[in-house]
Design a protein around this ligand. Structure first.
Ligand code: GAL
Length: 693
């Protein structure tokens, strides 16, 4: 693993000196030292300053600011600045501007205005990156390269003529013959059979719904186009600076959406190309469950890097600026949210941005150094966060381990949300969020995994929704169960193959045998909730239920109202050494908790006992030392018992008891050979199978 050296936790933010007169730079760096900043992302949107007109370069300002940062020991995460081409580029290459499905051109004045398939864009970006990499190599090389910015943030799919040509090449590569393409897209429906490659267009607009298999391929093609842009830059950087790690910032919850993973790009396909996984996290400040959304995304980031430490590249130090109303952060929240990322495996905490801008679209997005300067609460909290990160620096390099994985598959997610389904309100993010939330509230750490990945290290695997699944992947999951794993499958899964064509036979075609049941028909209900009975416990389901016929499975929970009253809602099927459970309903969080409590206990997964509601607990360990993180999300003081060791945040020795004020955080170090921090946490049942990380 390549990690920009720092000897502790990285701390810093985006730094845009190109927006400020030079006399401010000295003050910036002096204040960075006060706060303990040890890394900045430099010049993310500086292309028009680096290349003010075609082929005319200006690196002098970058040299000068680097010469102030380096002696101050502030590491440089140097951006390649390719996310926002200058106006001259757009005027010279109007055909590189993105075009929407309805034919509108997206022009300059914002950012992200380029078509990812455009050869002109790729050439110009490549030229810029080559110039940067040549100049900043050897002793002048940065600690980290930051490619582009949030790939696909503004334009996921472009529908311009260049994209159409590239898409034709992409489908030719994938299908080789038109017969195969016609079969995969099911073009005999509505008379769409293609007789020549040049008839194929991006799925722009039609009089009615467009072919879903074609749309699914367009999502794949667009995701690949962004990945290719990344890889093109990385190849150049590698050539000139082979030892400098390369990253780009992935995205997490973008405000209001629960289960807000970024859907534009298949991160499983991009992640292996980055040396360091980096994340931008902006959970909705008004969502009372926003911290669960954030945790879910942090766990995904750790999983994308196969458990290695990752970098929180951006978060808001205070108010954001793009919501209709942008509240500030209550006192303590900045520490709590930052330490939550560390608790889930981050070894670096960074912000957008160092100094709050005076102009532009984001001038009201609070900076680490806000408009009010060092007299503000935000600044005081930033300085205090810097001190806390130094105090917990020894956690850097340690890792988490999980016995439970949640499956996420971007391609299936895209297919699920293409419309024309029994209930188009069923979204991947929402079902995933409910399953994650139940596990989070039980205090269980989970990884995310790709369905086709090696799952043998996990005791329990949850597929909240796997609408589209290839037969081979279904067989892979069957083997996981047969060799002793527990698989929990959520509603509307195993229905179609990778081309969005319904699997043969009864629903759920790919999983029928594994789950030991047949779905007679889907019973979505648009508004009302139905009651679901887990023995004596009651919960409810909305949006979705199935008419299930058992064929080997037994019923674990039943529908308790509506036309399917008395029929199974949740089923359990023993297969080989393991079990496959099916949840044929959009269960609420309580329903998932009832289910998971039993499933986890039976699988020997430890559930920490006695964690007060609102307290988040995780454990990082390495080198014979454990660090237990306790974070209080409740709005009142809480007490945790059975905690022994040194609290690195408070600087105190704990013997048995920890008090946490609202937004309070403790990181308790203990040695694995000593008395366990929380006896109930350490008392793990021996693993039945699988390896460990
Ligand atoms: C991110 C972006 C940053 C900044 C931030 C805050 O999406 O990467 O450049 O715009 O949002 O608004």
């Amino acid at each position: 693993m390549r990690w920009p050296a720092s000897g502790g936790i990285l701390f810093g933010g985006d730094y845009n000196p190109d927006q400020w007169p030079e006399e401010v730079w000295h003050e910036d760096v002096a204040l960075m030292k006060v706060a303990g900043v040890n890394i900045v992302t430099l010049g993310v949107f500086a292309w028009s300053r680096l290349e003010p007109s075609p082929g005319q370069w200006d690196f002098a300002w970058l040299d000068r600011v680097s010469a102030i940062l380096r002696p101050a020991e502030v590491l440089i995460d140097l951006a390649t600045a390719t996310a926002s081409p200058p106006p001259w580029f757009a005027r010279r290459h109007p055909d590189a501007l993105p075009i929407t499905a309805s034919g509108q051109t997206l022009d300059v004045g914002s950012r992200g205005h380029y078509c990812p398939s455009s050869p002109a864009y790729r050439r110009a970006a490549g030229r810029l990156v080559r110039k940067l990499a040549r100049r900043y190599s050897g002793a002048d090389a940065p600690a980290l390269w930051h490619v582009n910015n949030e790939l696909g943030e503004k334009v996921v799919e472009c529908f311009c003529p260049t994209s159409a040509t590239a898409f034709r090449r992409w489908v030719q590569d994938r299908y080789r013959t038109l017969d195969r393409l016609n079969a995969a897209w099911g073009t005999d429906v509505w008379s769409q059979r293609y007789s020549a490659w040049d008839q194929i267009q991006p799925p722009r607009l039609g009089p009615g719904p467009l072919n879903p298999s074609q749309r699914l391929d367009y999502r794949r093609f667009s995701s690949d186009a962004h990945r290719e842009c990344f890889e093109l830059e990385r190849a150049i950087l590698r050539r000139y600076t082979p030892d400098v790690p390369v990253t780009t910032n992935f995205m997490g919850p973008l405000s209001e959406v629960r289960g807000g993973f970024f859907g534009g790009i298949d991160y499983w396909s991009l992640a292996p190309s980055v040396d360091v996984v980096a994340d931008d996290s902006y959970p909705d400040p008004l969502d009372r469950l926003g911290h669960i959304n954030a945790a879910m995304n942090f766990d995904l980031m750790r999983s994308l890097g196969r458990g290695r430490p990752w970098l929180l590249m951006e978060q808001a130090p205070g108010a954001m600026s793009w919501l209709p109303v942008n509240p500030g952060k209550p006192a303590g929240r900045l520490l709590l949210e930052s330490m939550q990322a560390v608790a889930r495996g981050a070894d670096g905490i960074m912000f957008f941005q160092w100094r709050q801008a005076r102009s532009g679209q984001e001038k009201f997005a609070t900076g680490m150094l806000p408009h009010g300067g060092t007299r503000t609460q935000t600044w005081r909290e930033i300085v205090s966060l810097g001190a806390t990160l130094r105090a917990v620096g020894e956690v850097a390099g340690t890792t988490l381990s999980a016995d439970v994985a949640i499956l996420i598959d971007w391609e299936s997610w895209w297919a699920l949300e293409l419309g024309d389904h029994p209930n188009n309100e069923l979204t991947f993010g929402e079902v995933a969020f409910e399953t994650y939330r139940a596990l989070f509230e039980l205090g269980v750490t989970v990884d995310f995994a790709k369905p086709a990945a090696d799952l043998s290290r996990y005791r329990v695997v949850v597929a909240p929704n796997l609408y589209a699944v290839a037969t081979e992947t279904a067989s892979h999951l069957e083997r996981f169960v047969a060799s002793g794993g527990t698989l929990v499958v959520g509603p509307f899964s195993g229905i179609v193959d990778e081309n969005d064509q319904v699997h043969d036979g009864s629903y759920p075609g790919a999983f029928g045998d594994l789950l030991g049941l047949r779905i007679d028909s889907f019973w979505p209900h648009p508004t009302e909730s139905w009651s679901i009975a887990f023995g004596a416990e009651r919960s409810s389901a909305r949006l979705w239920t199935d008419w299930i016929e058992l064929e080997g499975a037994s019923s674990v929970a039943t529908i308790g109202s509506g036309p399917l009253d008395g029929r199974p809602a949740v089923t359990d099927h023993a297969v080989g050494l393991g079990r496959a459970l099916y949840v044929g309903a959009f269960l609420d969080g309580d329903g998932w908790s009832s289910l998971f409590r039993g499933v986890l206990a039976a699988a020997g997964v430890h559930v920490p006992d006695g964690l007060a509601p609102g307290v988040e607990w995780t454990r990082r360990s390495g080198g014979g030392v454990t660090f237990d993180f306790f974070l209080n999300h409740a709005d009142h003081e809480v007490r945790v018992t059975g905690v022994n060791g040194r609290d690195l945040v408070g600087g105190t020795e704990l013997s048995g008891r920890l008090q946490l004020s609202p937004a309070g955080v403790a990181v308790v170090r203990s040695s694995l050979t000593e008395t366990p921090v929380k006896r109930e946490v350490h008392d793990r049942a021996p693993r039945r199978r699988g390896g460990s990380r």
